[in-house]
Design a protein around this ligand. Structure first.
Ligand code: DSN
Length: 440
């Protein structure tokens, strides 16, 4: 059996859970099966290595830990201190940072901590509009930070759907925010962090870069790094970085000394309680994986796959927001298909392809309907998909979203999805039947 590094053996012969709680075991088992039989195109999704998974489920889950190395509120932290130290060291090494905090439970909480560290209630901040690709934690009305601070947002240009840095500068001069947030959840173009810093400097604002989506690309040197430009950088660890669900906060040498202690205090005890040491161990494992030469190859493949898929989709008549992609994701505007994002998401799930409905810039639909879908290539690239599969996916999306849907098309696409998934198993359970081929 020729296993790839991310693959696990799907059998559960040694499972305790199957005996003590068959109900939960069965849900986990069926979710494994669903993921194995599904083409995962959700841009924030990925699959961790068995090593990350093992660290996550390790004995460390049982250790209660509060505070930081050398200043713990509980005893018995000798090994834990070594672990956190190593995770911090690796985070700094991967991103060329001077400061790292590996305790945030998520990137959203890391972002909230930055507000707590740098702002007073009522201060204003300027983040990318959710409808234009920003993240909920960048100021969406329903969130904690929008309740406690004055949240303002910048759009992308109506003309080309790129960030318009001149307009952002103009807006920043008008509203004089205390903090500017750069970074996105659904923006397919390279972000100019230097330009953002220039804008922040001109209005005396702090610059926070949330690189959650592109962290893996940054780690591999395939997207410009924000470390030298932002006052603080935050990220989640589970997206392109391919680690466990969690967050990190980083700073370069310019700000580490001045703001490191403030941010530490904002994360704990400001916002969070006990640290999740099993997750920190898993973050450390993923960061070590990100230091390997293979990781750069993987990230380049993510980019190449996104480009191939984007071009194939455009050839099939789909309109991509901003006309393409520079990173791992793309947004399809489905208005000319006469379809909402919600309907497209449902149609695709029905044939075994997962995506998420997504607002497009200046969308007239509600956020739970949307005019588009977001597609990313991180998870399928982990699984070993390449150009052949990207063309096959574009053809399947064309059949399901562009054409009049018939029972026969649904059957055909379901069959094709199952063959592709069998050729790229996430969990090795049986030999692949090489008689089937989707390279028709
Ligand atoms: N931030 C959300 C996303 O981009 O999908 C979830 O991680």
């Amino acid at each position: 059996m020729n296993m790839k590094f991310w693959q696990t053996v799907g059998k559960h012969s040694n499972s305790v859970l199957s005996k003590t709680d068959p109900e939960i075991f069965s849900i986990v088992d069926r979710e494994n099966l669903r993921k194995n039989n599904t083409i995962e195109l959700i841009a924030s999704a990925n699959t961790v290595s068995p090593a990350v998974l093992e660290a996550m489920g390790s004995e460390l889950i049982n250790k209660v830990v509060e505070g930081y190395i050398g200043q713990r509120y509980f005893s018995g932290c000798t090994e834990i201190d070594k672990l956190e130290n190593l995770a911090i060291h690796r985070a700094k090494q991967v991103f060329g940072a001077t400061y790292a905090n590996v305790q945030p439970h998520s990137c959203s909480q890391a972002n909230q901590s930055v507000h707590l560290a740098l702002m007073k209630p009522g201060d204003s901040f300027l983040g990318m509009d959710l409808m234009h690709g920003g993240h909920l934690s960048h100021g969406a009305r329903t969130t904690l930070t929008a309740h406690h601070y004055t949240s303002l947002s910048y759009p992308v240009s109506r003309e080309d759907e790129y960030l318009d840095y001149d307009q952002i500068l103009k807006q920043a001069k008008e509203v004089r925010p205390k903090l500017i947030i750069a970074g996105a959840s659904a923006y397919s173009r390279t972000i100019d962090f230097k330009r953002f810093r220039d804008i922040a400097d001109q209005v005396g604002a702090f610059l926070l870069v949330d690189m959650a989506h592109i962290a893996g690309l940054v780690a591999a040197g395939l997207h410009p790094s924000p470390i030298a430009h932002a006052h603080i950088v935050t990220s989640s660890t589970q997206k392109t970085l391919r680690g466990p669900r969690g967050g990190i906060a980083l700073m370069g040498k310019e700000t580490a000394n001045e703001y490191g202690h403030k941010l530490d205090s904002a994360i704990f005890p400001g916002l969070q309680g006990a640290a999740h040491m099993h997750t920190i161990a898993a973050k450390a494992v993923a960061l070590e994986e990100a230091l390997q030469p293979d990781f750069v190859v993987y990230q380049q493949n993510v980019l190449d796959n996104a480009k191939t898929l984007a071009e194939a989709l455009m050839q099939s008549g789909f309109r991509l927001v901003s006309g393409g992609t520079d990173n791992h994701l793309m947004i399809l505007d489905l208005r000319s298909q006469g379809m909402t994002g919600k309907e497209a998401e449902e149609r695709l799930e029905n044939v075994g392809i997962t995506v998420n409905k997504n607002l497009i810039p200046y969308d007239l639909q509600k956020p739970w309907i949307c005019s588009g879908i977001r597609i990313g290539t991180a998870a399928v690239t982990t699984r070993g998909f390449g150009p052949t599969e990207m063309h096959a996916i574009a053809t399947m999306l064309d059949k399901i979203l562009n054409k009049k849907l018939t029972a026969q098309i649904i059957q055909e696409v379901r069959h094709q999805v199952s063959i592709i998934c069998r050729h790229h198993p996430l969990h090795i359970e049986e030999d692949i039947d090489n008689e089937h081929s989707y390279r028709a």
